[in-house]
Design a protein around this ligand. Sequence first.
Ligand code: PHE
Length: 450
Amino acid sequence: MSQKQDQWTSKLGFILAAAGSAIGLGAIWKLPYVAGTSGGGAFFLIFLLFTIFLGLPLLLTEFTIGRKTQHEAVTAYRMLAPGTFWHWIGKLGVATSFFLLSFYSVVGGWIVVYFARSITEGIGGRGAEEFEQLFGQTISSPVLAISAHLIFMLMTILVVQGGVQKGIERVSKLMMPALFILFIIIVIRSVTLPGAMEGVEFFLLPDFSSVTGQTVLYALGQAFFSLSLGVSIMVTYSSYLKSNESLPRSAVSIVGLTIFISILAGLAIFPAVFSFGLEPAEGPPLIFIVLPTVFSEIPLGGVFFVAFMALLLFATLTSAFSLLEMVVASVTKNDPAKRKKAAWACGLLIFVMGIPSALSYGIMDDVLIFGMTFFDALDYLVSNIMLPLGALLIAIFAPLKIKKDDLYEEMQKGSAFKRSLFNLWYVLVKFVVPIAIVLAFLNTIIRGGV
Ligand code: PHE
């Protein structure tokens, strides 16, 4: 604990790394398929409201806890509430990261395979059906799914063992802007396909008749998932931040970027889904079938597809780094001498934990837990139970255990933060966030959704 804390070298580095954690499969892969299965535009609207009114204040809360204590999450809660059980929020976050990364990395593996294929085979001359088959083959082969999952975990370990500055920050600076640019190109192609408007309407025009208790809980889980909240990762990341940076501004930038990429993802996928006569409720394979099909309609599509897969892989990796970092930081407690070993030990354990998820679309597709495959059950547990629970505890913790003036002081560092906005934040975190999460849980339980 006495070691000098590793630090981000610049504000941009921190924002990119935090945005890198936030932007990943949540916005690009999960949002479109969950929206596709749970009501399209209505889901998206509820997700947006949750992101702005619950996600943004919570992100600021996690930032404040981390920067104030300058320590990774478990230690941070311990310092703020010594001798109490509150540090279990940090431990819950470590457990959540562990489970989350185990199946996240499986999807990361699919991307690795697609990336490799996009280089060796190209995408020319195939239609949606062939891509559907190709995807089926990719995820159902045990050897392929497990080796790809392993490759993805190894890449994650190699970066995290290098520490936050050298590893995570440097790569983020280049690739995030590139991802945005490429996405905009895809959106332009997708919305100009014949029949695309139906998809735009599906995604942007809310139809509330399809909203159920489940939809609300899914939207809540998705809002937390997309911003990496409830896991205390943002506590750990902001503990590496210097005191002269404004936390509210950083939080707003990250939420803005995440919403922007979520909209781009929806506008890239749904118009194409309708134009090619595909099914929006396709589930997890959705982007892997739709995107190659869109690219095959673009001049130089093969080249763009390779670039897009590289960037998607990158976006997924930066989220994976944060998940592994959370686990590793809790083990090493900022002792650099232990980092390398811890990264390998934790990373390989997570790989093993992910094996049943990797097999969920192949030889284990008939092993069901509460009617879901292992992969889906783990995702449900993490996204719809552990993340909202972690978020609830953090929202209760901050106003209870940190003095109001201290909170305000921390948020004021770097640039002035209006008292009225601070008061709004306070009310949202103290009352609105906990009540909304509890209601979402109750709603699902009462309507028999869980
Ligand atoms: N936010 C990441 C994504 O959208 C996933 C994530 C969730 C990462 C929670 C860290 C913690 O892909």
